[in-house]
Design a protein around this ligand. Sequence first.
Ligand code: ATP
Ligand code: MG
Length: 361
Amino acid sequence: MKDSFDIAVFDGDGIGPEITRPTVDILRKLAAQSTYELSFVDCPAGAAHYAQTGESLPKASMDVARQSDAILLSAMGLPTVRYEDGTEISPQIELRKALTLFAGVRPVRIFPGQRTPLKMPEGREVDFVLIRESTEGLFYSQGRGEVTKDEARETLLITRDISEKLFRFAFKLAAERKAKGQGVGRVTCVDKANVFRAFAFFRDIFDGIAKDFPELVVDHAYVDATALWMVQKPWDFDVLVTENMFGDILSDLGAGLMGGLGVAPSADIGLDNAVFQPCHGSAPDIAGMGKANPMAMILSGAMMLDWLGTKHDNTAMMTDGERLRKAVEDVIARGDGLTPDLGGTGTTTSIGLAIIKELSV
Ligand code: ATP
Ligand code: MG
């Protein structure tokens, strides 16, 4: 059992530094009371860094990330700063590619008392996980599209190697959730296999991997129907796994169900490393105003504790991951001092302090 971990911290752009501060503070306090150690290393990167230095992801930061046990990232990119060719600055995509972080994990949970646009029937609970392939799919085409005056083409790439790793990850996650009493052990492959051969290929690989998990339920759905069901009966889902672009769109829908981006965490996980970051962007419209909700980032920190704890068989970390999630849940349920995105008048700092109080750390 490993008990000392190096965390690379990318506090990024916009509201990034504001939401990173309480997150790191809470993680430090949890570790200080427990048997594991966390050391945080700052990694400069992002759009503001590019504007100053001409580099968006310095080699030194990349090296720290590679050698770290896990990476905590807020958000990077600013509408006012672009690469010379006009494309957005998104070093997080470079990190995903460089470290082969193929599984984008987006838990969709509606906590009690949370403001959701859904009408929740009595006794129903929304608690599912969307897994978005994060290194290929339609995003493979980024920077490779061909555009003439009359025509534009982009390429969708699905590989057997990445798809197998992705589906194995999805089935293992469903098994872990089932063991915790959190899900029914069902994995749904979301695709468009009725129209595209690439998705029929994707689905075939899924069915092949499913054979290694006979105790789990194998399910298929088309992406359009999935969007409908996410609104009509999201309580029926357990683990969903899909291609990059479909996952990009469905994960924003999932964040919408949760009552906003301010509470939607995520992780991009590979075989050796992982990035934990909120689903939202750098929110430059509210940067520096002290009203950004840090919960999505703090919940991403909880996912980091879960992942490190599971990977290194460290139960203290797993317990803290669960405690942290519960503390956020309780602050939301109480409804006092929430940030404006959740209908309150609280601040980034006051939410951080409320969670610390809840944890008694
Ligand atoms: P990206 O392209 O990086 O995903 P985006 O254009 O989707 O960025 P975001 O930065 O995610 O945009 O912001 C979308 C909206 O949600 C903005 O109005 C922003 O202020 C709000 N928002 C995002 N994150 C938070 C947060 N943590 N707390 C409060 N509001 C937020
Ligand atoms: Mg966005």
